[in-house]
Design a protein around this ligand. Structure first.
Ligand code: NAI
Ligand code: MG
Length: 359
């Protein structure tokens, strides 16, 4: 089976880490005999915007819609193009047009990385945050009335649909089924938000009936954030609405150390549209051009992409290779400065690619 992958480096260090992501994919393709073909696109970048006055060509959906996946770097150069234009004009368009209703982020403490949480070692933190990515609190229902007067009023409604909740819950339960602990935690706030959140809880109970092997629990979002810090070892798969998931999907990876390694996926699970895989970090204008950006977030995103495309062994092998290189430490591996080493982006990328090939 062959896969057509759209490669979009974007801006800043996206251009530096992307070649390492592709190199790692080529190493995995070689070892696991995968047929990957890459098509690079220069749009969704501020360079493109400067030349064309927009972030993407009008036919971007046609150009990308037939791809099997989108491998993305980072977008944004706030000195040149305001962030609301660069991000809304590219990444957020993909998420909507391609109905990428699951935002998935692994939160895993890797060897050789110090957690900001005292006394935590690899193995203590290893869970996923599954965020609903299309509705919920981030709706465009509402408005502003009596603007500029004493009666000024603003309203923004939360929109939760049965379809929207059930499909993200199904993804999360299915993911939990693939994990040894088979545990699912739901983020709620049904004690305060008394209409939508009790409905969310009802749908969780309903979905759980189809998954008798999954151990389900729930926490209100306030104590849940505290427990991410106090007891990260309690969690396996955490599922949340758009707003709660947004918060948890930054807090979770933050508990596992450097932003340079964290990956993410925006998924359309049915495969009606391509899913998008990208590191959590942005374009890092402060280090762009120095050749010291950590490529591991991009490479780990590539591993998630292979798992999504059905090559679970290849994806796992890539993550294991990352773990081996990190575990070697700055004395024995060319780790980048954010990991306490003196390595460059391409040296670290090459080390991971070699580790993937070596198996
Ligand atoms: P950022 O993630 O680009 O950088 C934050 C800090 O982390 C910086 O000090 C940077 O040097 C460091 N850092 C980030 N990635 C690193 C890596 N791979 N290796 C070593 N250090 C790394 O976030 P910031 O500065 O807030 O945003 C810069 C631009 O990126 C903005 O235009 C922002 O909108 C955009 N952005 C884009 C995202 C995306 O494409 N999904 C996500 C986050 C921000
Ligand atoms: Mg966020």
């Amino acid at each position: 089976m062959s896969h057509n992958i759209a490669v979009i480096p974007g801006d800043g260090i996206g251009n530096e880490v992307m070649p390492e992501g592709v190199r790692a994919l080529e190493a995995a393709a070689h070892r696991f005999n995968l047929d990957l073909s890459f098509s690079e696109f220069e749009f969704a970048s501020c360079d493109y915007h400067e030349r064309h006055g927009k972030m993407m060509p009008d036919d971007w959906r046609d150009q990308l819609g037939g791809m099997d996946a989108i491998f993305f770097g980072a977008v944004g150069m706030p000195e040149r193009v305001p962030d609301h234009i660069s991000l809304w004009g590219s990444l957020l368009q993909f998420r909507r047009a391609f109905d990428q209703y699951v935002n998935l982020r692994p939160c895993k403490l890797m060897p050789g990385i110090k957690s900001p949480l005292a006394g935590r070692a690899p193995g203590d933190i290893d869970f996923y945050v599954v965020r609903e990515n299309t509705e919920g609190e981030y709706s465009s229902v509402g408005g502003r009335m009596f603007e500029g007067t004493d009666r000024e009023v603003v309203i923004q409604d939360t929109v939760m649909t049965r379809t929207g909740i059930d499909r993200v819950l199904k993804f999360a339960f299915d993911l939990a089924m693939t994990r040894p602990r088979k545990k699912l935690t739901s983020a709620t706030k049904s004690n305060g938000i008394s209409i939508t959140m009790p409905y969310w809880d009802e749908r969780v109970v309903e979905m759980a009936k189809g998954y008798p092997d999954i151990n389900v629990d729930k926490f209100h979002i306030d104590i849940l954030t505290a427990n991410f810090v106090l007891h990260p070892d309690w969690f396996d798969v955490v599922v949340a609405s758009n707003l709660f998931g947004d918060i948890l999907s930054d807090l979770g990876p933050a508990c596992t150390g450097t932003i340079g390694v964290a990956p993410s996926a925006n998924i359309n699970p049915e495969g009606h549209f391509p899913s998008l895989f990208e590191p959590v970090h942005g374009s890092a204008p402060d280090i762009f051009g120095k050749g010291i950006a950590n490529p591991i977030g991009q490479i780990w995103s590539a591993a998630m992409m292979l798992e999504h495309l059905g090559h679970v062994d290849a994806g796992k092998a890539m993550v294991e290779a990352i773990e081996r290189v990190l575990a070697a430490g700055p004395e024995n591996a060319p780790l980048t400065p954010d990991l306490g080493g003196k390595g460059t982006t391409s040296e670290l990328g090459e080390a991971v690619a070699e580790a993937i090939k070596a198996g």
